[in-house]
Write a protein that binds this ligand. Sequence first.
Ligand SMILES: Cc1cc2nc3c(=O)[nH]c(=O)nc-3n(C[C@H](O)[C@H](O)[C@H](O)COP(=O)(O)OP(=O)(O)OC[C@H]3O[C@@H](n4cnc5c(N)ncnc54)[C@H](O)[C@@H]3O)c2cc1C
Ligand code: SF4
Length: 505
Amino acid sequence: MIYGLSDLRQGFDVECDAVVVGSGAGGAIAAANLARAGMKTVVLEAGPALTPEDMTRDAPRFLARYYWEGGLRMIAGTTQSPSLQARCLGGSTVVNSAIMLKLPGWVRDIWRRETHSGMFHHPDFDAAYERVFERLRVAPTPMTVMGPRNLTAKRAMEQAGIYGGPLPRAVVGCEGCADCLVGCAGGAKQSVDRTYIADAVQDGADVYTVSHVERVEVTGKRVTGVTGRVVDPVGRRPVGKFRVRANTVVMAAGTMHTPVILQMSGINPSDRVGATLFAHVGGGMVGVLDEVVDPWIGATQGWGAISEDILGLKYESLWASPSVLMVRWGDVGLRFLEKLPELKYATVIALVYRANVTGRVRAKRNGMPDMKLWIPDTEARPVLRGMKRAADGLLGIGARYVHTGIPVVADELKTLTDTEQLLSPRIGARHLQMTMNHVFGSCRMSEGDEGVVDDRGRVKGLENLYICDASIFPSPSAVNPQATIMAMCDLISRRLGDLPTAPHS
Ligand SMILES: Cc1cc2nc3c(=O)[nH]c(=O)nc-3n(C[C@H](O)[C@H](O)[C@H](O)COP(=O)(O)OP(=O)(O)OC[C@H]3O[C@@H](n4cnc5c(N)ncnc54)[C@H](O)[C@@H]3O)c2cc1C
Ligand code: SF4
């Protein structure tokens, strides 16, 4: 059963075997497995369940309603970077581009060293990926829905000697409307509200939406449940209180909120909760061609390539609503209007890089996360080298100019000499223009003292508290993270529910 505001205004008090806090990539798969294992399972989600009618093309309105902090969440530190996380049933899987990539071998080796665990080289880990890929029907983006923008990005990359392929995505019947950032009104995206949460409900789980968890209750070495408030999604007013008593608590509120809830509950093994934070850094560019591209046609992110010469760098084609995209490129007001006619000639290439960064997440007094991330200038250089290469590719296929948004670089790069500016030592990490949507590692997994959870996902020092979300990554994944979050959380929750984990089970 899925409960909404009209059912919950008076608050509630329930008891169950397992409560899962958060319904995103990690929480949904945990809920499905625990319910399948016969445990009476409750899911608590701060945001509402969305219908196709909620998935409006009016991006600012959608972001304001269904993203945390209205889509204006920022990570401070070296620079101020936006960081998007959805606040709805299904979490960020509802708004993401559905790209599914497995953890590369070289990152698995690093994670083995960092976690002191053999988990990432065990056949059960690959079996978990296979189960997830099958359930979400992951397949390469068909050429029929690439549209001219993805194909232009492909041409530019290949011009620069960057060879990739159609991105594997969790979609069925994608029509290439490029609207992934505001959900998928047509229902093609296999977000976890439509898949694993539906499975959990089918197996008897109860899902309480608009239920914001504030505290985990602890008695000695055991947790006994969670408490919080029912929040009206319109106006965000708390309207009722709730308490869920449970034998097992699974935290899945994501990299920003899981550490906040633990800190507010006084749970902080070895002072490591929120003591770390990682994010993929990167950049992006708009190339404006002579030919009409009609960039709003085609899968949001259909084409991508892993750099062969810069370890940890990935190139992706991208689209977003003009009102979001042009804040970086067209600015606002008159500048926006001046650039608007260029839009139909534009294509966008984004870069994602596994930089060595440090960071932290702390609970603010209002229960929201305060995030800082520090990026060394040396880690900006590979991004800038990658940007020059992609910009040269765009110019090579006839772009009139390339815009990067980097303040100390010319607004319009028109020649290969212009793009040399991207290699200037005057540019530092503080100049990178990016949105950090791949965030992880605020409650790292490690069998050593530096870990908040062990390799079974259990919070150190407590018998029955687990974490199933991106916060447990020991460090950045180098590729889009959701497949790995799901594989890790599939294994953790299957072990918890005594379900088989071996290949072909
Ligand atoms: C625009 C965008 C595009 C992306 N594209 C891709 C992509 O194509 N491929 C990919 O691999 N990754 C992508 N990502 C990243 C990916 O979506 C996330 O890494 C992933 O969803 C994180 O999973 P999670 O379970 O940690 O958190 P989430 O999926 O964010 O889920 C956390 C859930 O917990 C809820 N919650 C938080 N606090 C509370 C509380 N106090 N009480 C109750 N509930 C709470 C949230 O509302 C949310 O529903 C993208 C992200 C964004 C924002
Ligand atoms: S491009 Fe459109 S149809 Fe395809 S998954 Fe994204 S929102 Fe859905």
